[in-house]
Ligand binder design. Structure first.
Ligand code: MRU
Length: 353
């Protein structure tokens, strides 16, 4: 049983994903600085999990506060700024900090500091519980949509599905977003094999998705990121489904670098390509994908492979962690509220609270 993240007795415990699948190492910390470092280094990662980790990190921060009530506001502002600076693209992080800021804004004047902290802790736990429940709802909506879109193939055989990066329990706490849909589809007998693309440079697909599928006994095969078009050409992929780090109000979607190439290939081959993401990943404040901040990570992630130097140390590198897939290449966006197909601009704003 994977326990990606938990919070008890003011202690954050997480599975350090950097060492998987070769080493299962759980880390416990009461330090919000250490928790911020875990988000930055991808020890904890995946948009919904980043949101949950950010919420608990803020709770660790406020629990370390020793001053008077008057001294709390500047401390809280700095804490929120530090947490929000950890990773820029996954909007779930900002969704979580906004939730806790709202609790602060609504209760700071009237509550004792102890009562305020306990309401904030309850809000963090709720974010965690909601993300677990979201996975089940997304899975149901996703499977229903697949049964509609791929009904003809399903009359004669099961489906081969492409996924990218890791969108399972490790990324979402529950069964997963895209991987949650795949898991339920497998349980319902719809899936022949899952194709996991490696997700260079940190190999979330090859290391993490493969590990989760293996634990569940779901047949899978791993490919290099550049193989998907060829497999589609050969009829070896029936549809694709991935997660998201931020979805703009017109459906443009940021996800792990490499996603856009898979989506364009799927579109070219007339194969449905879906995003599965909770409503907390939709950023209704931005009109399109050009407004999504894209994280650029350290060049050495590319010049080295897990510590081994593979390129000249001074090789100039562009290491974008995410790309943006235009909404037109997507067959649908599967959320916990419903599967949105087609008219993203009108429909997404209706499902965001
Ligand atoms: O850099 P990562 O590993 O945090 O990137 C994760 C992804 O791109 C996932 O596909 C995305 O967060 C969706 S997780 C349900």
């Amino acid at each position: 049983m994977i326990d990606a993240i938990s919070f008890n007795n003011n202690t954050l415990r997480y599975l350090d994903q950097r060492y998987l699948p070769l080493r299962e190492e759980y880390v416990s910390t009461r330090s919000h600085q250490e928790a911020i470092e875990a988000i930055k280094t991808l020890a904890v990662r995946g948009a919904p999990l980043i949101g949950v980790a950010a919420a608990y990190t803020i709770i660790l921060g406020i629990n370390s506060f020793k001053g008077s009530k008057e001294e709390f506001p500047p401390f809280f502002r700095e804490l929120i700024a530090d947490v929000e600076a950890s990773r820029p693209t996954a909007v779930n992080l900002f969704f979580a900090s906004a939730r806790l800021k709202k609790v602060y804004d609504e209760n700071f004047e009237s509550d004792t500091i102890e009562a305020l902290f306990s309401k904030m802790a309850a809000a963090a736990t709720k974010i965690h519980d909601d993300e677990i429940a979201n996975c089940d709802a997304m899975s149901r909506h996703g499977v229903e949509q697949i049964k509609i879109d791929l009904a003809d193939i399903l009359k004669t055989r099961k489906l081969n599905v492409l996924t990218h990066c890791n969108t399972g329990t490790l990324a979402c706490c529950g069964t997963g977003s895209a991987l949650g849909v795949i898991r339920l589809a497998w349980q319902e007998g719809l899936i022949e094999r899952v194709i996991t693309s490696e997700s260079r440079p940190l190999l979330q697909g090859l290391r993490l998705t493969a590990w989760e599928l293996q634990q569940d006994g779901i047949p899978y095969v791993s490919i290099s990121d550049s193989s998907s078009a060829f497999l589609m050409q050969r009829g070896m992929i029936d549809f694709g489904i991935v997660g998201a780090d931020r979805i703009a109000s017109n459906g443009d979607t940021a996800n792990k670098i490499g996603t856009c190439a898979h989506a364009i290939s799927a579109y070219h081959h007339n194969l449905p390509f879906y995003i599965a993401a909770p409503v907390s990943t939709i950023d209704i404040t931005i009109p399109d994908g050009s407004y999504i901040p894209i994280e650029e990570r350290n060049a050495d992630e590319l010049r080295t492979i897990f510590g081994t130097q593979v390129a000249l140390p001074n090789t100039p590198v562009l290491n974008y962690a995410f790309d943006v897939t235009p909404g037109k290449y997507l067959r649908g966006i599967i959320t916990d509220k419903k599967a949105v197909v087609g008219d993203y601009s009108n429909e997404l704003k209706l499902i965001v609270e």
